[in-house]
Design a protein around this ligand. Sequence first.
Ligand code: AMP
Length: 296
Amino acid sequence: MSEPSVRVLRTVAEFRAACDAVRSRGERLGFVPTMGALHAGHLRLVEAARRHADRVAVSIFVNPTQFGPNEDFSKYPRTLERDVALLAGVGADLVLSPSADEMYPAGDTTRVRVGELSEHFCGPFRPGHFEGVATVVTKLFAIAGPCTALFGRKDFQQLKIIERLARDLRLPVTVVGEPTVRDADGLALSSRNAYLSADERSRALAIPRALAGAAERFDAGVRRAAELIEPVRAALSAAGLRPDYADIADPERLFPFALDATVGERALIALAAFCGTTRLIDNLVLGEDPAPAVSG
Ligand code: AMP
């Protein structure tokens, strides 16, 4: 059997024409934006896209505007050949792999800012990050055209921001969020896990364990914000992780609950923590997401 073929396109014009051609045949387009260095979490999004659509397009673009000056833009893993082979294996049809100049033409100054959803969690710690994300996703949506776009709940704040920008800008895109894919030991898959040493990798397991603990307390009826979030913070510190934040919030507005508040039937726990020099994020919507299955 011959390997299924994926068309890799380098320019906006070629990708737009290929997406238009899908729709002109009366087929539905699914779209999965990524930064590459693909893992099973990304591939799950492609598989989900195939359930929503007839053809699937994937973009692979390490977007410079969403990285801060001291972040990992230059060392972010770039593995295009391997990524394309993986995408062929899960039945993707089109790949956009553009240069930075192609996405940001000379003199580009337009930026997309979503507002309050960017104000908490990662927002204050990564100034300009969500503006960079919102800008590149808006460009990608404008290029792909009408489609169903799939994003991971692993980046829950990003998902909410993208849902909002698609709604506010009246873009012809249906945004769908898919569950976080985790390794067998519970750690959420991330392209950045490749930076972790063996010791860091095992200390990082404090993250899914802390989330599983919060889910257990929630399921046992605990609703006081402090009792849900404080043990999470303590567990991260005890494992030698350095949290930027670990907060509990309303899952729609992303507005943190005060520690003495009583949370409702759904509550988002989201955290970002450094393990060595690697910044990891994770989250769980209590009352909605299954608790991470953790080993040990
Ligand atoms: P990235 O390449 O990190 O920008 O991620 C591209 C897409 O894959 C985003 O929608 C992410 O939320 C999603 N994604 C990344 N990691 C996971 C994961 N472990 N489970 C589910 N989706 C993920």
